[in-house]
Write a protein that binds this ligand. Structure first.
Ligand code: ADP
Ligand code: GN1
Ligand code: MG
Length: 380
């Protein structure tokens, strides 16, 4: 970072109700969407850290409404955890730091929207799962999140990205990018394009179930990838769920689906060696146990039945989105190397095939877990 960038960031930081003297500020994390910075302050002899984020306005068109959602959700979670007697509140839910004028964001003269969270200390974050225990803890964190938000008071949350998990819409966007082919990239992606077309029927499954009234709308996270959960660095236990921008009305299927997409195998999202990409059943089992430990009592029979399918659908949906972005010229997801979105797509589609192959066994596993409530504790 240049001196000027450092100074600009320090100026942003000073617009929030932070404490102490700024020591350092630097880019942070592996997110695909926002610009995230970690600021270290010294306050009364102690280090105090904050996360500043510049909200990506190409993705989130209405930052004030988005921040309204996050304020309501974080307050509700905090209240519920407090009622449940959770002691480590500052690490078990995100804490927004207000701007100096009391607002939940700072709107800078250049038009950028910024927000700040307390940095959660002593937490670890993983881009891939390393063990069933880790998968279990991450799935429990997202399951608990959904459970605690069951009684979020009205009104309905703002839809921060309309149609976010509308796979039919995503398929249409893919066809449109393919037709325009603005970067002339379709010729090198014909295998993925063919696969995308061959799975088109997947996009109609959830709309059909919804029409039959079998999938209730809930408050869901919608971006439940494994690196959006913080685990205690010392114990490995769940702390809290982060990246709350897409918390909005949705389906439980979407949340478990993205957990499966990122947590049922040990491969990277953009893995090029496809022999490494696939479902590992012990990881799937741990995800299902962790998620159901928190949610089994309120999920409907259809929601439970479609848990294994959800992974196939969301891996397909993300494959479509990565492919679309590749065709469009990498305008949405941050990339760190050429063709990274195509690699991401290829890995998702390989995962779709793997989940399909193992689906029957996974359905049995879910039934077994549901029959034996004690199995929802990993130590059982
Ligand atoms: P993106 O939407 O770009 O993924 P995130 O909100 O997930 O942005 O934040 C990016 C990264 O910043 C996370 O992966 C995590 O490492 C880190 N991070 C964000 N908020 C916190 C926090 N409150 N405490 C600790 N780390 C955080
Ligand atoms: C983005 O923000 P991040 O990196 O957690 C994306 C998700 C994708 C994910 C794929 C708002 O998530 O939908 O599943 O990348 N978030 C948005 O890694 O589009
Ligand atoms: Mg993230």
């Amino acid at each position: 970072m240049t001196r000027q960038q450092q100074d600009d960031l320090a100026a942003v930081s000073s617009r929030f109700a932070v404490h102490g003297d700024l020591e350092e500020i630097r880019p942070y994390g592996n997110g695909h969407i926002h610009d995230t910075y970690l600021a270290s302050y010294r306050h009364r002899g102690h280090r105090k850290r904050y996360v500043h984020q510049r909200i990506n306005q190409r993705v989130f068109r209405n930052p004030p409404a988005l921040m309204g959602n996050i304020q309501r959700v974080t307050r509700h979670l905090r209240q519920k955890l407090q009622q449940a007697g959770v002691e480590d509140l500052r690490r078990c839910s995100l804490t927004l730091v207000p701007a100096c004028d009391g607002s939940s964001f700072y709107h800078d003269p250049a038009g950028n929207y910024w927000r700040t969270y307390d940095f959660v200390e002593g937490a670890s974050i993983y881009d891939t799962v390393a063990s069933p225990r880790m998968a279990y803890e991450a799935a429990r964190a997202f399951g608990r999140f959904q459970k605690l938000l069951l009684d979020l008071p009205p009104p309905r949350l703002d839809e921060t990205i309309p149609g976010f998990h509308d796979t039919e819409l995503r398929f249409g966007q893919f066809l449109s990018a393919l037709e325009r082919d603005p970067r002339n990239r379709a010729q090198d992606a014909w295998e993925q394009i063919r696969f995308a077309r061959s799975c088109e029927s997947l996009i109609r499954v959830l709309p059909r179930l919804r029409k039959q009234g079998r999938l209730p709308e809930r408050v869901t996270h919608n971006d439940t990838k494994i690196n959006n959960v913080l685990l205690d660095a010392a114990t490995g236990k769940m702390l809290c769920v982060i990246d709350l921008d897409t918390v909005m009305p949705g389906l439980s299927i979407h949340d478990f689906g993205d957990l499966m997409r990122t947590g049922s195998g040990t491969h990277q999202e953009d893995e090029r060696d496809l022999s490494k990409v696939g479902v590992e059943l012990p990881l799937f089992e741990a995800l299902a146990r962790g998620y159901l430990a928190e949610t089994a009592h309120f999920l409907t029979p259809t929601e439970r039945q479609y848990l294994p399918f959800s992974g196939q659908l969301i891996a397909y949906e993300l494959g479509l989105r990565f492919l679309t972005d590749h065709l469009e010229g990498d305008v949405y997801f941050k990339i760190r190397r050429e063709d990274q979105n195509l690699d991401r797509c290829r890995a998702q589609f390989k995962l779709v095939e793997s989940i399909r192959r193992h689906e029957e066994r996974m359905v049995q596993m879910v039934e077994e877990i549901l029959c034996r409530p004690e199995s929802r504790h990993l130590d059982a």
